[in-house]
Ligand binder design. Structure first.
Ligand code: MN
Length: 317
């Protein structure tokens, strides 16, 4: 078994249940009860699953949109701090097994930047996770310039996690099975990342980096087409979109135990940009671990994807 750092592993913070509930409204109540018990556990349940998967360290993040679904700014700022302090205390109990991604009140650029800085410097988190848009505002919004300045200054990596779109696409009408994690979140989250690329955010902050789950939300598959169409439509950027994606975007294997998209991501971005994640407890950590151990890769490449790249990028041991 190859040693692993897992980067998209979720927990539920007391007081965050209502923010999370809407995201899982269509999940079977019996499955949900099990998921909640796994999300709330930082002990034997989680650790034994990590052991079976060969995960030496899990980087923990809040499940669901969290305070990004909050309408009141002061509440969002206060509750985000509560959530981050809670996570820091849990990590403190098992610093050998857990690290964390901070949770940010993205309603306000300065408040988000300040909490990012507190997470990185005081709480020693590995980075921060942002759960998609915040009340319809995406991360390329001009008002968020102070936030990106701080991301670049702190050399922080922002993991963009899926969330529900503001309104579902009519293309999915009548097909509940295509909503959320099947397809909807891929388009939503891939689009979010492309807004940053095509909106020139990485031209303005060349040192800023983001991470995407699910093998890059299909972006690695589409590099040539992004460049070709950006040229056709006269999009003015410092670099070709594919170069920005290669330079500023890291991807994880969360929820994708499949060799073909892994090989595509390696070919498109380079193996040093790919990192292991399971998406516990929404996916089986054991299945993800077993896949990582056995998918056809050179041993050094496997070790880098499973552990080394995350250790280097997120400064974890
Ligand atoms: Mn996830």
């Amino acid at each position: 078994m190859v040693g692993k750092i897992a980067l998209e592993e979720h927990f539920l913070c007391p007081g965050f249940e209502d923010y999370w509930k809407a995201t899982v409204s269509d999940v079977d109540p019996n499955i949900l009860t099990q998921v909640v018990s796994r999300l709330s556990d930082f002990g034997e349940l989680r650790l034994s699953s990590m052991d079976r998967a060969g995960i030496e360290r899990s980087v923990l993040s809040i499940a669901g949109p969290g305070v990004q679904a909050e309408r009141d700014l002061a509440t969002a700022v206060r509750v985000a701090r509560v959530g981050n302090d809670f996570l820091a205390r849990e990590i403190q109990k098992r610093p050998d097994r857990y690290s964390g991604f901070g949770h940010l009140p993205m309603q306000d650029a300065k408040a988000a930047a300040d909490e990012l800085e507190r997470c990185m410097t005081e709480l020693k988190f590995a980075g921060c996770m942002i759960n998609g848009h915040t009340n319809g505002r995406y991360l390329d919004h001009p008002s968020l310039a102070p936030f990106w300045e701080r991301v670049a200054a702190l050399d922080a990596i922002i993991y963009i996690h899926p969330t529900d779109p503001v309104s579902p696409s009519p293309a999915l009408d009548g097909h509940k099975g295509l909503r959320r994690a099947t397809w909807e979140w891929t388009f939503e989250t891939g689009s979010h990342a492309l807004r940053l690329v095509f909106g020139g955010v990485f031209d303005r902050y060349p040192r800023a980096r983001i991470a995407l789950g699910h093998m890059g939300e299909t972006l690695p598959f589409l590099l040539w087409r992004f460049d070709s169409r950006a040229k056709l439509y006269g999009i003015k950027l410092a670099k070709a979109p594919s170069d920005t994606i290669k330079d500023n975007i890291l991807v994880t294997t969360s929820g994708m135990c499949s060799a073909e998209p892994l090989n595509c991501a390696i070919a498109a971005l380079g193996h040093d940009k790919i990192m292991f994640a399971a998406d516990y407890p929404f996916e089986q950590a054991e299945e993800a671990g077993h896949w990582m151990d056995n998918v056809a890769l050179d041993d050094n490449v496997r070790a880098d994807i499973a552990y080394g790249n995350a250790a280097k990028n997120f400064k974890l041991n």
